[in-house]
Write a protein that binds this ligand. Structure first.
Ligand code: ADP
Ligand code: MG
Length: 741
């Protein structure tokens, strides 16, 4: 909640004057302040606020300017009493007719300010804010804004925002108050103070990336105007205009950076040619216990075509949970390990293996998943004894749980080229391993969209092909916009014989009968999961998992064999429990969301998610995906504390099993989320919701950036100097674009 309402005033905005006192001219004029001035040195911010703002990573004037509002409140005073709706935001202009302060029955001090306004009167109230009393006097003209409620037959504004109108000023329809993203302990007033101070006092504003000509041609606001409008809109339409400019700029620069990166790669780095001929293709497919679906066949073909070219593949494979992405990944890994390194391209030094093949790496987000992929691969190589026997392809596991000695031995075999397929966690494969002839990298279950890993994967001689897999689908245009040079493959549909998981919302009244049902299925020989939410890092979290386990094993699931797996178990123990579960020595696996990603035990078909409200929609869908893997229909109960009242997330979850549909719903329900994942300093974060809303801008920026690139690939035109500098500043390090500037 706000400590006290504040007025905001854009000092040099084209219109909109308010009654905040003008800045002290002496202080304001003493030293030049720039974008890099620390916030505590700006008038009106102060050390205390500056300290708090650090939590939002706002340190300098530039940081504050680039901290964009989440939304805006109508502060125009345009509403009349008749427009008020209980619980909703309203903004009313009026004259103070009464100011009174009293103690309430509960011992709180209550300030009550009555306003006469069009159509009657309203009341604003504050509790325990004695200093507010002095800010009002009878006869003052103010605008108050905030959610309203009915109280004793009147409209009441509890703790509204206030704007004091100076003599003669009319409330007009162009006042929009910015509402900023916050974090714990940071208040709107802190951020507003910092943003206003930066707008008023920073002598320089962020540089304009675009030449005048382009701004005009594209109808974009110049940077200075856009910054003022995004923080203090002069009118409602300017909010969109300002946002459009920033979305355009962000994507334009990113697209251009990615395109330049790609051309550098193509000229500086070749990729190994991995040609999958019909013989290899047939041999690999024959190893799988099932025929590939048409979608899998198509995607494998797309990947094979990419890898056959001497430029690095950059492909995103998206497919819903359970759509069979792993099989595609394994296909690509096996194809790579089946390809010999030509004599001319051998790395210097004697190879221990002869003939040498390319190496392929699969990076998983967790150790559990890495081990599971390894087990799947081992089974594949075992099951069909053919010309390639197990042992003919050298597999290597690289995970945190290994002893230092084993780890070193694995790293040695990777460096010597002996290890052909390496499966491990991202940290290790990316950070610790150095390969002799890395041909392909597959990154599994990449939820966050980032461009960061790309720099890391560059090698001395040839860059590997890269395949990124995700179960969080994003529309193709957006994927293009974010990745720019990434090609997208989609695995649509599910392998044959799948049935959608029957999903139920289980309220307190149905819990009893849900457990009856769950037990009946278990007694009939089925296996399942009970998922419990927990903050695994905290001690309390651990206790809550243990007590949930106790409650289940002494309560509803007393008669069954339970196992427990959570993030704090040692990898070895985790692995052991998983194996017991797989071997059906355990009936029910009680687990935290460590099983959310990727775990594949097809015969487990039951799931109870406790406290389902505490999971996000994408997470719920991932969890449910664990019981959607076999021919028997999966069943999932989402247990919630709420009774029958509507619940956006749970209701959406129950209503559909289509991940694409859910992803869209999720966006709508959740609002903007962090999209690019890594926020580059000096650049605003991009929001996926914004991108969806601004899909046309996204496409336009991409097209324009590519156009410009084709005309002037090195940005040699002097009018593009600022653009070039900005690109290097934002993306240079990540994408290795140093030499462009
Ligand atoms: P995800 O896309 O979620 O990573 P997986 O690759 O783990 O999905 O596959 C889910 C399940 O479907 C696995 O048990 C896998 O063996 C099975 N599967 C994959 N492809 C096929 C197929 N073509 N026919 C039958 N089952 C398949
Ligand atoms: Mg998977």
């Amino acid at each position: 909640m706000e400590p006290f309402p504040e007025t905001i005033r854009p000092l040099s905005a084209p219109q909109g004057t308010a009654s905040a006192p003008p800045p002290d001219p002496v202080r304001a004029g003493t030293r030049p302040r720039s974008l890099s001035t620390p916030l505590e040195r700006l008038p009106g911010v102060g050390t205390n606020r500056a300290e708090k703002l650090r939590k939002l990573e706002l340190v300098t004037a530039a940081d504050a300017l680039m901290h964009f509002p989440r939304e805006y409140r109508d502060f125009s005073g345009a509403h009349s009493i008749g427009d008020c709706v209980a619980g909703e935001h309203a903004s009313i202009a009026g004259e103070v007719t009464d100011v009174s302060s009293r103690l309430t029955g509960g011992g709180r001090q209550m300030l009550s300010v009555r306003l006469r306004c069009q159509g009657g009167s309203v009341r604003a109230v504050w509790f325990n804010m004695p200093f507010m009393t002095q800010r009002f006097a009878v006869g003052m003209k103010v605008v108050i804004a905030g959610p309203v409620k009915q109280s004793g037959g009147h409209w009441e504004f509890p703790h509204p925002e206030v704007r004091w109108l100076i003599a003669g000023e009319q409330a007009h329809a162009s006042d929009w108050l910015a509402v900023y993203p916050l974090s714990e302990g940071v208040q709107q007033s802190h951020v507003r103070a910092a943003v206003q101070a930066a707008l008023q006092h920073a002598a320089d504003l962020p540089a304009e990336a675009f030449p005048e000509e382009l701004l005009v041609a594209k109808g974009l606001l110049p940077i200075e105007r856009a910054l003022r409008e995004i923080h203090c809109p002069s009118q409602a339409e300017m909010i969109d205009a300002a946002r459009r400019r920033f979305v355009y700029e962000e994507l334009f620069l990113l697209q251009l950076a990615l395109r330049m990166h790609r051309s550098q790669q193509e000229t500086r780095h070749a990729a190994p040619v991995i040609a999958v001929d019909a013989r290899i293709d047939g041999r690999i497919r024959a190893r799988f216990p099932f025929p590939f679906t048409p979608a899998q066949t198509r995607v494998c073909g797309e990947i094979a075509a990419d890898m056959a070219r001497p430029q690095p593949m950059n492909r995103l494979l998206q497919g819903d949970v359970g759509s069979g992405k792993t099989a595609v990944a394994l296909y690509a890994l096996l194809a790579t390990a089946a390809t010999r390194v030509p004599q001319a391209e051998r790395a210097p030094g004697r190879a221990r293996l002869r003939p040498e093949t390319y190496q392929a790496a699969l990076m998983a987000p967790t150790e559990l998943l890495a081990r599971q992929h390894m087990a799947t691969l081992e089974r594949l190589l075992e099951e069909v004894p053919g010309r390639v026997r197990k042992g003919d392809i050298k597999l290597e596991l690289l995970v945190g749980g290994q002893t230092p000695k084993r780890r070193q031995a694995a790293l040695d075999r990777i460096a010597s080229g002996e290890a052909q397929i390496v499966i491990g966690t991202q940290a290790l494969v990316c950070g610790a391993a150095s390969f002799r002839h890395l041909g392909l990298v597959v990154i599994d279950e990449q939820h966050r969209f980032g461009v960061v890993q790309r720099g890391i994967l560059q090698q001395e001689q040839a860059d590997p092909h890269v395949l990124v897999m995700t179960a969080t689908p994003i529309p193709r245009t957006i994927a293009h916009a974010i990745y720019g040079d990434l090609d997208v493959s989609t695995l649509d549909g599910q392998p044959p014989g799948r049935q959608p998981v029957a999903t139920y919302r289980v309220g307190p009244n149905q819990l009893e009968s849900w457990w009856d049902f769950f037990r009946k299925k278990l007694a009939a020989g089925r296996q399942g999961y009970v998922v419990v939410p927990a903050v695994e890092e905290s001690k309390r979290g651990l206790e809550s998992i243990s007590s949930a386990f106790e409650n289940l094993s002494n309560g509803p699931l007393e008669a069954f064999r339970l196992g427990l797996v959570h993030g704090r178990l040692s990898p070895k123990k985790k692995q052991q429990v998983m194996e017991e579960f797989r071997a059906h020595h355990i009936d029910v696996l009680v687990a935290t969301s460590v099983i959310e990603v990727g775990i594949d035990v097809p015969q487990a078909t039951l799931m109870t998610i406790l406290d389902a409200d505490s999971f996000g929609l994408a997470q719920l869908h991932q969890l449910r995906g664990r019981v959607a893997r076999g021919a028997v229909q999966g069943v999932c109960g989402a247990v919630t504390a709420s009774g029958d009242e509507p619940h956006g997330r749970i209701d959406a979850f129950v209503a559909t099993t289509d991940g694409f549909e859910l992803a869209e719903k999720d966006l709508l329900l959740r609002g903007p989320g962090d999209l690019v994942g890594t926020r580059q300093s000096g650049s605003p974060p991009m929001y996926l919701a914004d991108l969806l809303r601004d899909a046309s801008v996204v496409a336009e920026a991409r097209r324009d950036a590519l156009d410009l690139y084709l005309r002037d690939p090195t940005l040699a035109d002097p009018a593009l100097v600022r653009m070039k500098q900005l690109i290097v500043k934002r993306w240079g390090e990540t994408l290795g674009l140093g030499q462009v500037g």
